[in-house]
Structures are given as C-alpha cells and as structure tokens.
Design a protein around this ligand. Structure first.
Ligand SMILES: Cc1cc2nc3c(=O)[nH]c(=O)nc-3n(C[C@H](O)[C@H](O)[C@H](O)COP(=O)(O)OP(=O)(O)OC[C@H]3O[C@@H](n4cnc5c(N)ncnc54)[C@H](O)[C@@H]3O)c2cc1C
Length: 362
C-alpha cells in the first residue's frame, strides 16, 4: 500500500494533495510519477511542461526545485558523458546532488580545496568538505568536484561520481534553510573516500568542462520549477483584486492595481517563453557550449522576474501576504535565492559582458 493507491496516474493535483506535507522522499517518489526523472523517458520540452503543471498544482517548491536541478543539472548532461552501463545512476531511482561549493569559496570554483589523490589501480582518494549542497542529507550519489592539480588552471579540477554510502563519507551537518525549505541542504565531509576509475566523469582535468556543461543546462532550465507557482500566485492575486473592496469599490478597478497585475503577467509570460525556448534548443541538440550565453541570460531574466513578480504579489496581498495559510501568503525568499544559486547573477552579468567583448574579469 502506498500513498498513491487510488490516485489516477493522470491527475497531478490528486498526487500533490496525497503527499502534501509529507517528508522529502515521499513527495519526491510521488512527484516522479508525474515528472519522469530518467532523461531517456521524456523529451526536454515535455519534462519542462510536466514540471510547470506540477508546480501549478501546488507541489512543494523545494522538492520541485531539487527534481528540476537533478533532471536538468545532472541527469541530462551526464547522460552524454557516462556509458550506457552507468545510466542506472541517473534514471531517477536515486537522489543525486551536485557538490561544488565550499565554505571558503562559492563563486570561485578554482579556489576549492577538496582534493583527489591518485591511488593504486587507477583509483582516487577524495578528502575535503563540500558545503551548502542541496539534497546532500538525503542523496545516494554525488557529483563531486575536486582538485587533481595544485595549480590554478582550467585543468586543475576533476569530477567524480561518489556513492554516498561509501566508507569515509560523513554528512551529519545540515543547514536549516529559509528558502526552498522542503529540500534539505547539507555538507559532504570526505575523508579518504575511494573512487573507482570508472566513476571519474569526463577524464582527469576536465572538471571545469564538466561543470560548464552541467551549469549551462541548469541555468537554462532550472527555473522551470518557478513557472507553476507563478501561475498559481497570479490566479490568486487576480481573484483577490476582483473581490476585495476598498474605498467603496473593488480593488481591481484601480488602474495602479491592474498595472501591477499586468506586470506580473508580463514577468510570467517572459519567463515561460525563455525557459520553453531553452528546452526546445536543448531538445534540438544544440551544444551546451553554444548555449552558454543564452542560458546565462535566461537565468538572469527569469530569476529577476521571479523576484519582481513575488514583490508585486506581496504588495497586492497586503497583510495576508505575511500571514500563513491565507491563500495569499508570499514567498519572497525562494525567489530571492534564485539570485544566488546556479551562478550569482552579478557574476553572470560579468560573463555576459565578457562574451560581448568587454575586457572585464570576475
Ligand atoms: C538555494 C541554494 C541552493 C544551493 N545548492 C547548491 C548545491 O546543490 N551545490 C552546490 O555546490 N552549491 C549550492 N549552492 C551554493 C551556491 O552555488 C553558492 O551560494 C554560489 O556559488 C555563491 O557562492 P557563495 O554563496 O559562497 O557566495 P560568495 O562567493 O561569498 O559571494 C557572495 C556574493 O557576492 C557577490 N560577488 C562575489 N564575488 C563577486 C565578483 N567577483 N563580482 C561580482 N559579484 C561578486 C555575488 O553577488 C555573490 O552572490 C546553493 C545555494 C543556494 C542559495
């Protein structure tokens, strides 16, 4: 007997309701009956559409964020880098995490201190601490970036697939978050963890190239998770403005109120067009390298629109925006986190300007 017994498989809203408030893995397993997390199971555009519908049905944003991050930031890009015999790792049956950030260096990956030393028979031994990793406390496998050369060059890093049940992996420390609270965030402490040669992704020294590919996918598509919640908030705000009476008339008769709502619709429309457009380009087979600038611009635009949208909604909801369970409760911290993850927006701006030919450095 599972929580989904009796739920029709085509009913997203029923699935979401059946696991409302459940712990992470229960929601994850239920939601992946709607959004297949195996990159071979559906097209990119179909997956983006399913993620939007899941969010629009009221699914937990943190779980949707983690699923979207796994599907597009890990499974799709890794599918082309791993042999078919390794595809079971990325078919969605396991929770994955992307372990890049360290406490000493977030924006600057080349400052990382986690290191991998070569061992006998082509094995590697990983030691160091990764921090602020989404889903680290609940994941089974991590893509870990580690230093394999001391120098600061584009070839100093290597990416490894690490089984988180392996001896030497510790993940006791967590970071109680204020944004995307339905997915836990934690550390990975690695103490001489042995990694087999077949779990090196892309070859020694190609970590930065692997990271470029995973982040282009993520920047282009991660904010698909925001589209459904934006639709829900827009619908709730329109209904509120139509009904609420102030100054002897309905709130929605004010042109200022209508203008804010039109701005919200514009932010949602622009975000849908951009994310769906990126999905179509990945699906058409365009390379991650060729899509780098478009993905950075998409992440910048959608994350900024998501936050501006949330601010408009919060203003229109009045006090109810700041009271739980009013139907208008605002989430400002989830959208604000979008300014930071998958590449802080100011660093993306710098990279876009560099791509245009400016001699600007990070
Ligand atoms: C919700 C969430 C989920 C995350 N999940 C993961 C995960 O799964 N795996 C993972 O590895 N990491 C994850 N992170 C961490 C994220 O990748 C880092 O927060 C990010 O790389 C920035 O690093 P930092 O926070 O240490 O910021 P810092 O490097 O300390 O920088 C702070 C801010 O200063 C500004 N800044 C710094 N240097 C410059 C510069 N040269 N030019 C312009 N601006 C600059 C930027 O605005 C930046 O946001 C997550 C973060 C969030 C918020």
């Amino acid at each position: 007997m599972t929580v989904l017994d009796g739920v029709r498989p085509d009913r997203t809203a029923e699935v979401v309701a059946a696991v409302a408030g459940a712990e992470f893995r229960t929601q994850w397993d239920a939601y992946r009956t709607i959004v297949p997390l195996d990159p071979a199971a559906s097209s990119v555009t179909a997956a983006v559409a399913a993620i939007e519908e899941l969010g629009a049905a009221g699914a937990a944003p943190g779980v949707c964020y983690a699923m979207t991050s796994q599907l597009f930031g890990l499974a799709h890009p890794l599918r082309t880098m791993l042999g078919p015999e390794r595809h079971g790792l990325i078919d969605g049956s396991r929770v994955l995490c992307h372990a890049l950030t360290e406490e000493g260096g977030g924006s600057d990956p080349l400052s990382m201190t986690t290191r991998a030393e070569p061992g006998p028979d082509g094995t590697w031994r990983l030691s160091g601490r990764k921090a602020f990793v989404t889903a680290a406390p609940v994941a089974q496998t991590a893509l870990v970036f580690a230093r394999t050369a001391a120098e600061r060059t584009p070839f100093s890093l290597t990416a490894f697939l690490v089984d988180l049940a392996a001896p030497g992996v510790y993940r006791d420390a967590t970071f109680p978050k204020t944004a995307l609270v339905e997915v836990p965030m934690g550390v990975l402490d690695l103490d001489g963890v042995v990694v087999r040669p077949e779990d090196v992704v892309g070859g020694e020294g190609s970590g930065l190239a692997v990271l470029t590919t995973t982040t282009v996918w993520e920047r282009g598509l991660l904010l698909a998770y925001a589209l459904g919640p934006m639709r829900r908030v827009l619908d709730a705000t329109v209904a509120w403005a139509r009904e609420r009476e102030q100054f002897g008339r309905r709130m929605g008769t004010s042109a200022l109120v209508a203008g804010r709502i039109a701005d919200m619709a514009l932010a949602l429309h622009r975000s849908q067009v951009l994310v769906r457009g990126m999905a179509a380009r990945f699906e058409a087979g365009e390379s991650a390298r060729g899509l780098a600038d478009a993905a950075a611009l998409t992440k910048l635009s959608v994350s900024q629109d998501h936050l501006a949208f949330a601010e408009q909604a919060a203003a229109l909801g009045g006090v109810r925006s700041f009271v739980e369970d009013t139907g208008l409760t605002a989430d400002l911290l989830g959208p604000a986190a979008g300014l930071v993850y998958a590449g802080p927006n100011d660093l993306l701006r710098v990279s876009v300007a560099r791509g245009l030919g400016l001699p600007v450095e990070n």
